[in-house]
Design a protein around this ligand. Structure first.
Ligand SMILES: Cc1ncc(COP(=O)(O)O)c(C=O)c1O
Length: 448
């Protein structure tokens, strides 16, 4: 596979951009990332003309793939050519807000911002402002963007910044606990209950492999936060409008958080974030309340149009049936391949998300009949239950180097673009086809 153009572009980029990229994870590909020239349906074509089946899909926003339907294109072009922005409100912001309020159970009011990071930063500030408390409980290995309150590692007794540039005094207000561990959450509430403003979690860990919640875990979080007067925040930047269709993951799990953060799909491929929730809480944002929040580009008309037209298209065209059906085919196909070739590995994901975690231990090839057939569901009756990843640390303990340094390149050489490491999840789009799934499964068979 020729990659001269990508290499030259990376060489140029290294001279003018830190690490040659504008977002850290893009440089995880070694020795250098391929540069994308353009998208085409469910595929991307790189600067050297190589074509790949694209399961990265912009790291999640592209529910419809790279070829936008006419209605989405028209909405974007109309709003781009008529302004493109004003520093004053426009109708399209109200239209998208009404759509989200209509479909997402927890959202009575919403504030649009420009990224998932901005959404979680504002949600944390809002939770602190609303409750008058300081501490935030987060899940180890969960990701909530590049923000000070959540770039924290360690455990609740000894939290520390996970990035240079963050004061220890910030990290002290963050309490990391393992996902799926009720006892750890109980413990932090026992110790700090009066000062916990919120529990912030992805409904499904989507940035540390894909880890599904154990049955009852979200109900437990709902109860314990209610009991202690803390808020429950679901970070649905990944799962929003992907898992559970237009009702998002919260509708799938039947648990209603106080606040929800959005990003990715709700902007239809343009920069976006949003914080939705109970009206009484969202009203605490300026100008109706005392929690400052503002942004020059917030509610940008082009983004709002792309988001609204994307979601409307999804509502009217069976998009979720298509992407979830292909997701199911991928996960069940992978389950069969692994049973044969790598029985210790775990297939994870749900709806249109999928991943293979290179877990080191499994139950043994001849006891796999009763296993989850389409992605790990944390079922106690599954023979994998004792060895499947239950939290971020379990995923990190899998064969992360083999995944990134060997397996990823073998898939790329066969024309399949997977996310850059074992941690980021992969996405099916409306543009993907049965043929893409078949070719991808063949490539897995070859590479594993
Ligand atoms: C769950 C979650 N929250 C927040 C973010 C941050 O979003 P953004 O990259 O748009 O700032 C991400 C990004 O992938 C995410 O996956």
């Amino acid at each position: 596979m020729n990659d001269e153009q990508s290499r030259d572009l990376y060489d140029r980029a290294l001279s003018v951009m830190p690490g040659g990229v504008n977002s850290a994870v893009r440089a995880a590909i070694e020795p250098y990332p391929f540069f994308v020239r353009k998208g085409d349906g469910g595929h991307v074509i790189d600067a050297d003309g190589n074509r790949y089946i694209d399961w990265v899909m912009g790291l999640g926003p592209l529910l419809l793939g790279h070829d936008l339907p006419e209605s989405v294109r028209a909405g974007i072009q109309r709003n781009a050519s008529e302004g493109p922005m004003y520093g004053a409100p426009s109708e399209i912001e109200v239209d998208l807000a009404e759509f989200v309020v209509r479909h997402v159970p927890s959202v009575e009011k919403i504030r649009f911002v420009n990224s998932g990071t901005e959404a979680t930063t504002s949600a944390v500030r809002l939770a602190r402002g609303y409750t008058g408390r300081n501490k935030i409980v987060v899940m180890q290995g969960g990701y909530h963007g590049a923000q000070e309150s959540t770039l924290v590692e360690g455990d609740a007794d000894d939290p520390a910044p996970s990035s240079a540039g963050i004061p220890q005094s910030f990290a002290e207000h963050t309490l990391p606990v393992p996902f799926n561990d009720e006892a750890a959450v109980r413990e932090v509430f026992e110790e700090h209950g009066d000062d916990i403003a919120a529990v912030l979690t992805e409904p499904i860990l989507g940035n540390r492999g894909i880890v599904y919640p154990e049955d009852g875990y979200h109900e437990f979080l709902r109860e314990i936060t209610d009991e202690h007067g803390a808020l429950l925040i679901f970070d649905e930047v990944i799962t929003g409008f992907r898992v559970g269709g237009l009702g998002c993951a919260q509708s799938e799990f039947g648990v209603t958080p106080d606040l929800t953060t959005f990003g990715k799909i709700v902007g239809g491929g343009f920069p976006v974030g949003a914080i939705g929730g109970r009206a009484e809480i969202i009203e605490q944002f300026a100008p109706s309340g005392p929690v400052f929040q503002a942004g020059t580009f917030s509610g940008h008309p082009v983004t709002m149009a792309a988001g609204l037209e994307t979601l409307q298209f999804a509502a009217e065209n069976g998009v979720y049936d298509h992407v979830n059906g292909l997701g199911e085919q991928l996960r069940s196909g992978l389950t069969e391949i692994l049973a044969d070739q790598a029985p210790s590995y775990t297939v994870t994901g749900t709806d249109s998300m999928f991943k293979v975690i290179f877990t080191r231990d499994g139950p043994g090839a001849n006891s796999l009949e009763e296993q989850c057939s389409s992605g790990c569901r944390q079922r106690p009756a599954c023979p994998r239950y004792d060895t499947c990843p239950k939290n971020g640390a379990d995923v990190a303990a899998a064969e992360t180097d083999r995944w990134r340094r060997i397996f990823w390149g073998q898939m790329k050489d066969q024309g399949v673009f997977l996310s850059q490491n074992q941690f980021e999840c992969q996405f099916v789009s409306y543009a993907h086809t049965d043929e893409d799934v078949e070719k991808t499964l063949e490539a897995y068979k070859e590479a594993l």
